[in-house]
Design a protein around this ligand. Structure first.
Ligand code: FE2
Length: 360
């Protein structure tokens, strides 16, 4: 038995207002006047002086606003990398991703691809990256994805929706400032928070579970229950707790795996461009068979917050489109093995997945 030797985020700061320390955190990592810090910022913050005025630009530093209506694509990563290489005479001192899972994943992928030759699609998979990334920093502005702690960056490529999983992917630095989540719209708060909840359920009910993942998963699940089911939390407490739930949920799956909801959600994401958080919710709503208790509590949370999920998103799909989604879902073998067990191929049928997708 060989145990995974798992890399973690090297440094983390937590606290309301800790984003103000960004400049002093970055300064020692500057490699020179011609090696800028590049800030990828979720474009919801465009014109939001409260946030952007706190990003201090020196020398050739640059802010690039990232549209987040769609999930990150390999072609988008390659374009960003090429633009940076063409614009600057030296490699950047660092890439800082300020936003949700999309922006953080883009920051991780660009930091990796600046030092690894070829196209990002060639690195989708497990441990294909050979060179360390440049210094990269994650600053979540919405909580739940776990992208701030994960060793992957999920990308939609020409052939698959799959992460660049590697020891070089995790951030060198994360800034957890719960105050940055104060303007997240309610639906997004819920869908992204449920990503965390689903991470916990899938990790805690998986065959890969061990005490390491369990201890993080149980804590994250307890925080989610407080946040989404109880009435006595202040707004600040709720923001603080969800940020830490996201972290712990991410840590939990780091040493185990996600499961059925994520596999099927990647199918929806690949074919229809459904975003990860809402995709998970759409799928999870139908997974009583696999996660009876988790789905029951999810429905309770949904009702409590008056959340309506889109219905019939697969209603008009052709057969070949269902087949594509099923292919994407089934290609994520570790997820199925975690959810069902080593013999999953003898248990999970294409017909069963088809029926599930048809309900969505
Ligand atoms: Fe997720």
């Amino acid at each position: 038995m060989t145990y995974k030797n798992y890399p973690m985020v090297s440094r983390v700061v937590f606290g309301r207002g800790s984003f103000n320390q960004l400049d002093e955190i970055l300064a020692p990592n500057r490699k020179g006047r011609n090696a800028p810090f590049i800030f990828f910022v979720d474009d919801v913050f465009k014109g939001n002086h409260w946030l952007t005025s706190r990003i201090r630009l020196s020398y050739k530093d640059k802010i690039i606003f990232i549209p987040t209506l769609e999930e990150p694509k390999t072609s988008q990563i390659d374009k960003l990398v090429e633009d940076i290489i063409l614009e600057f005479s030296e490699l950047p001192s660092g890439i800082i991703g300020i936003g949700g899972g999309t922006v953080m994943d883009i920051a991780k992928a660009v930091a990796l691809m600046l030092t690894n030759k070829g196209e990002s699609k060639d690195y989708q998979g497990w441990d294909l990256i050979k060179q360390p990334a440049i210094y990269h920093v994650g600053v979540p502005t919405i909580s739940g994805t776990g992208a701030e702690v994960s060793r992957t960056t999920i990308l939609t490529g020409p052939e698959r929706k799959l992460g660049i999983n590697s020891d070089f992917t995790p951030f060198d630095q994360v800034i957890l400032d719960p105050e940055l989540t104060k303007d997240v719209p309610k639906n997004q708060w819920f869908f992204t928070g449920m990503d965390c909840y689903v991470h916990c359920v899938e990790s805690l009910n998986g065959t890969y579970l061990n005490t390491f993942s369990q201890s993080y998963g149980e804590k994250a699940l307890q925080l989610c229950n407080e946040i989404f089911l109880e009435n006595n939390l202040s707004t600040e407490e709720s923001q603080d707790k969800l940020m830490m739930a996201s972290w712990h949920g991410g840590m939990s799956i780091a040493y185990s795996q996600v499961g059925v909801a994520h596999a099927l959600s990647y199918g929806l994401g690949y074919l229809l461009g459904v975003k990860h958080g809402i995709g998970n919710c759409i799928v999870f709503d139908h997974l009583e068979k696999y996660y009876p208790e988790g789905v029951a509590v999810f429905k309770e949370m949904k009702a409590k917050h008056d959340i309506e999920l889109p219905k019939g998103i697969c209603a008009d799909l052709e057969d070949y489109q269902f087949e594509t989604m099923i292919d994407v879902a089934l290609s994520l073998e570790p997820l199925w093995e975690n959810a069902i067990g080593k013999n999953w191929k003898t248990i999970i049928t294409r017909q069963e997945l088809l029926e599930l997708y048809k309900k969505m």
